[in-house]
Design a protein around this ligand. Structure first.
Ligand SMILES: [Zn+2]
Length: 489
């Protein structure tokens, strides 16, 4: 192959370049009658095939993009990284509005977009362009599809990284079932967005806010990073703990679901370097300074009538102050986890360390800590204290400094979730399990009126069927025919 290449004369790259003469071809075989390019008389430069200007520009761009600094002949081939560039909507804290951002998704993405775990449905498939990228015009269904796919992909990747090498399954996955989750970014007209286990789907609707002008554009719930991440969080947790979503559990179990969904939105924000940089600047790296959070959170979730993501950490609620409403309970857990993150960030800030790196890696760790603790918690009727004790166990296994255990114990003690057997200023004793302080009342029933569309789905309360009504209808029919028979008789 190499010999063959050397048999061809050099070709001028443009009209100003001189053509160097190649070494004449001397075949080793007796077949000497086949003319070679070297045998031909020299051609005028202008007649030689030359690359167009556009072709040379593209070659130059490709070298700069894919092989910058790479020597021509490497003893080890350069790595080949598959991936797709995408566009998405993203909250811009500086502008105070949602704008368009580019992102890179490693891995193989098929038209749709679709990959091994996620498939867009309900719109014409979006096809990658010639460079393999997914680019569409903003405010189109194709753009919303790329955006929604990107966010769900990023959430799955975040938890997959946290639980590696354990897989993050959807609830219906198992041996022989690798069905992806189906995303409907344009599910229809409604003020709603939810995860549906029954449909194996995440559905995002559009609506016109009450009081808006007649020609006002609809609000697409899929365009909110917080909403998409929150609903995906429900789907991820349903894969890890299928019983937790059912209303037959105590209120705290439902609250763990709602809180996990909100924390998913918070952690997704903290995996985006530019968002982390904005948070560091706004808060001066003091994440306890929640007054600044209002500038950082998007308003789109509020259009649905409920706060999402970071908005839910701005509270001083304790378990003693809330009842059985799942969203209220969830705010207690979400705020405690956020405060633990803020404590860990303060601990990890060092003079010789970039503060954004400290926030980024602390958030990555707390995300991993939470999801591992949840995975290790009971499969049914799990309560806050179950997860807290698992968190204490995980940080100990990870050989984190004792301060990590102290932060977990203290923040949940201040929220009336646990009782600390020692003063909060003393170190937490390794291996010590904490007792619950405020618990759900025996036989307490969840109320979910403050929750998102997912937890209000009848399918999780066993009421998602019209079968009883149909049975009653059929009974009525037979009753009617029996009566009719009597009359006839
Ligand atoms: Zn929710």
């Amino acid at each position: 192959m190499k010999q063959h290449a050397e048999n061809f004369p050099a070709v001028a790259r443009d009209a100003t370049e001189t053509v160097t003469t190649a070494t004449p071809f001397v075949p080793a075989s007796p077949i000497t009658t086949i003319p070679t390019f070297a045998d031909l008389p020299p051609l005028p430069v202008a007649l030689l095939p030359t690359p167009t200007r556009q072709y040379r520009q593209r070659r130059k761009a490709r070298r700069a993009t894919f092989a910058a600094g790479t020597p021509r002949r490497m003893p080890i081939p350069p790595p080949v990284i598959a991936g797709t560039r995408v566009l998405k909507w993203q909250w811009n804290p500086e502008a105070g509005e949602i704008g368009v951002r580019a992102a890179f998704l490693p891995g193989h993405i098929l038209p749709g977009p679709k990959d091994a775990r996620i498939a867009i449905e309900g719109i014409a498939p979006v096809i990658p362009n010639v460079l393999g990228d997914l680019i569409a015009t903003p405010n189109t269904a194709a753009f919303d599809a790329i955006h929604t796919f990107t966010l769900v992909r990023q959430v799955v990747t975040m938890f997959q990284h946290a639980l590696f090498p354990t897989s993050v399954p959807w609830q219906w996955n198992g041996r022989g079932n690798t069905e992806p989750i189906h995303l409907f970014p344009r599910a229809g007209d409604s003020m709603n967005a939810f995860y549906s286990r029954k449909e194996q789907a995440l559905k995002f609707y559009a609506f016109t806010p009450p009081g808006a002008l007649l020609d006002a554009p609809p609000v697409y719930t899929c365009r909110s990073q917080d909403i998409v991440a929150h609903e995906t969080g429900h789907a991820v947790l349903d894969g890890l703990k299928p019983n937790w979503i059912l209303t037959a559990n105590p209120p705290q179990t439902g609250a763990l679901h709602e809180s996990f969904a909100d924390l998913t939105a918070i952690f997704l924000t903290l995996t985006q370097p530019e968002q982390v940089a904005a948070i560091v600047t706004q808060t001066k790296a003091n994440l306890h300074n929640k007054l600044f959070l209002a500038d950082l959170v998007e308003d789109l979730g509020m259009a649905l009538g409920r706060p999402t993501g970071l908005r839910n950490v701005e509270n001083e609620l304790t378990l003693g102050l809330v009842g059985t409403e799942v969203h209220d309970l969830a705010q207690v857990f979400t705020a405690a986890i956020y405060d633990i993150l803020a404590d860990i960030v303060a601990f990890e800030l060092k003079p010789n360390r970039d503060p954004a790196a400290a926030v980024y890696s602390s958030a990555e760790y707390v995300c991993s800590l939470l999801v591992r603790a949840i995975k290790a918690a009971p499969d049914d009727h799990a309560t806050f204290v179950d997860v807290v004790n698992q968190m204490l166990r995980v940080v100990e296994l990870d050989e984190k400094p004792v301060q990590y255990r102290n932060y977990i114990r203290n923040r949940f003690a201040l929220r009336d979730v646990v009782v600390s057997p020692t003063p909060l200023s003393a170190d937490h004793v390794a291996g010590k399990t904490l007792e619950a302080k405020v618990q759900d009342a025996p036989e307490a029933v969840q109320t979910r009126y403050g929750c998102c569309g997912t937890l209000q789905q009848p399918q999780y309360s066993g009421e998602d069927t019209v079968a009883p009504e149909i049975e009653e209808f059929v009974r009525g029919l037979s009753g009617a025919s029996a009566t009719a028979g009597k009359r006839a008789g």
